[in-house]
Design a protein around this ligand. Sequence first.
Ligand SMILES: [Zn+2]
Ligand SMILES: [Zn+2]
Length: 138
Amino acid sequence: MEKGYNTKPKEYILSFLKNHKNKRFSVKEMYDSIIGEGYNINLATIYRNVNTLENEGVLLRHQGNDTNYCTYQYVENSDCLAHFHFECIKCGKVSHLGAKETNDFLRLIKNKLYFTVEPQNTYIRGLCNQCKGVFIGI
Ligand SMILES: [Zn+2]
Ligand SMILES: [Zn+2]
């Protein structure tokens, strides 16, 4: 899709998140990046469109501990609502855990701790292989 000045905000936001589907963004981060790309948009427009896209099931919303802070990730397929995601604390890359592994893990937690985890709301944070390599090199 062409990303010119005539692109509608909703289309622009969606293509931005699609182009960065291995990361999640807060509205502020989206705003900074999109403005950085030279597209004219304001925060309120991003909030409004992101809400619409979330309701359409296109974006996965993650609520942070601070109620004012949440992030959005483009949902490649509906599986993203049912599996865990790993997020690198250094580069921000998001990886998807397979359905089977997620279910095995959920069953384990349920049996051991009687705790029901919400996969769509869980990001397991650590270092990706690439970033670990950098640390080892130092
Ligand atoms: Zn996923
Ligand atoms: Zn990384």
